[in-house]
Design a protein around this ligand. Structure first.
Ligand code: PMP
Length: 449
């Protein structure tokens, strides 16, 4: 890669973004009352000098305040995997909030049992409880795992992401021992007191850590999706299940992103048998929603524990969790939008996207790789594809990534910030995918010139 050329191209695309986005640029410059100038500090993770401001979004399209339309492959980093404001969710939310009235009354609605039964059909776990975010689903699952095992530690994979969960902000350090993830903000204590860590795809490393006998649960994505996509090698996940059983640790599958693998995520697609499962983002069709599922046996054991306060201030739950609006949105999303049929179509489109990216990489003989997990595809600047989170983290190239994101955005295509990741929704079309293939190839041509 000619770095001088890359640098010049990035500067050119940055200037072009400013030319195209005067209103976004001005809104950002004027946002002096916001911490970091944005409603949430992550929104500063944008290629270029300012974020594009949202005007509206429908299906697979986003429009910004400068009047530009984008094909959206970011889809709110999975929150909008059902497409933006899908009609059945819009109707259900309007009915619940406006017609019937009542979003948050601390009373159950009949929709909740429908959603629980559907999650059981899809993922296999027998009992469900709701949250508003995947982070909270993970936090509460962790607490329940500690309570039921009486063990203090949680084991995660290096460079995993499970939300802002304290226990998960640990990586394998250069000496092979667990250490705080770089940038960990205000950790409540040394993370090695609460957590253990192993590399993804490393059963020997996992066994070494589990053998201490102090791990309540392994919290993992069946494929890493937050440091590129790192797919499991054959027999790895079976090995994880065997080892967790042998050493008395529970297994929590976080399917928040791996839901892209199919209607029941990787758990159903690959016949996995977790003790607990967490999910968030996509299942609310854009309305905040999350859930955790547990086996009947685990649920019964927990409910029989009279020392655990599961009803009031024992540390599990939230005032707005499971509220009528959130549950109505989940029902509409699962019943009418992210259906089994929709996953079949989204996966086909993702295969087409993957083929397009691969063709570009092959044409310019780039040492890059592409990985796909159902409806989600990601490319990484190395080949073969990384086997672990640490390997994947080592090959990140922020300047190259920024160039590609900006080049695409300036031509009407959004990828997921933090990644070179593209997700399909039920409204994505073959033409959308082909447009990406063309613009991606043009970006590579500029780099190669
Ligand atoms: N789990 C996984 C696998 C995630 O990717 C994320 C967010 N990217 C979360 C949990 C947390 O989701 P939220 O920020 O909505 O709580």
């Amino acid at each position: 890669m000619d770095r001088t050329r890359l640098h010049a191209l990035l500067a050119r695309e940055s200037a072009e973004a400013e030319r195209l986005g005067p209103r976004s640029c001005a809104a950002y410059a004027g946002a002096g009352h916001l911490f970091g100038r944005v409603p949430m500090t992550w929104m500063n993770k944008t290629a270029g000098a300012f974020p594009r401001y949202l005007a509206g979004a429908r299906g697979a399209r986003v429009t910004d305040v400068d009047g530009h339309e984008y094909i959206d492959f970011c889809l709110g980093d999975t929150g909008a995997m059902a497409g933006h404001s899908p009609a059945p969710v819009t109707e259900a939310v309007q009915r619940r909030f406006a017609e019937l009235g009542g979003a948050t009354a601390m009373l159950p609605t009949e929709d909740a049992e429908w959603v629980g039964a559907e999650l059981t059909r899809r993922f296999g776990l027998a009992r469900w409880s709701f949250s508003l975010t995947a982070t909270d689903a993970n936090r509460w699952a962790i607490r329940l795992a500690r309570a039921v095992t009486g063990r203090p530690k949680i084991l995660v994979n290096s460079y995993c992401y499970h939300g802002s969960v304290d226990e998960s902000l640990i990586v394998v350090g250069p000496d092979g021992a667990g250490t705080a993830r770089p940038g960990n903000v205000g950790a409540p204590c040394d993370v090695t007191l609460t957590s253990r860590v192993a590399e993804f795809n490393d059963l020997a490393g996992l066994e070494r850590e589990l053998a201490h006998g102090d791990v309540a649960a392994v919290l993992m994505e069946p494929a890493l999706t937050n440091i590129g996509i790192v797919l499991p090698e054959p027999a790895y996940l079976t090995g994880v299940r065997e080892l967790t059983r042998r050493y008395g640790s529970l297994l929590i599958n976080d399917e928040t992103h791996t839901f892209s693998a199919g209607p029941g995520g990787c758990t159903a697609a690959w016949d996995l048998e977790p003790d607990l499962l967490t999910i968030g983002k996509a299942i609310g069709g854009g309305i905040p929603a999350g859930a955790y599922g547990l086996s009947a046996e685990l649920a019964d054991r927990l409910l029989a524990r009279t020392d655990l306060d599961l009803v009031d201030m024992g540390g599990v739950g939230g005032t707005l969790a499971g509220n009528a609006l959130s549950v109505a949105a989940m029902r509409a999303t699962l019943e009418h939008v992210l259906t089994d049929g929709a996953f079949t179509r989204m996966t086909k489109l993702s295969e087409r996207f993957e083929a397009g990216v691969r063709a570009g990489i092959d044409a310019y003989r780039l040492p890059w790789s592409v990985s796909r997990l159902g409806a989600r595809t990601e490319y990484r600047f190395t080949t073969p594809a990384p086997r672990t989170g640490t390997e994947s983290a080592a090959v990140s190239d922020p300047e190259l990534e920024d160039f590609l994101h900006l080049y695409l955005a300036n031509r009407g295509i959004l990828l997921t910030p933090f990644h070179n990741m593209a997700l399909m929704c039920p409204d994505t079309t073959e033409q959308d995918v082909d447009t990406h293939t063309e613009v991606f190839a043009a970006a590579l041509a500029e780099l190669a010139d």
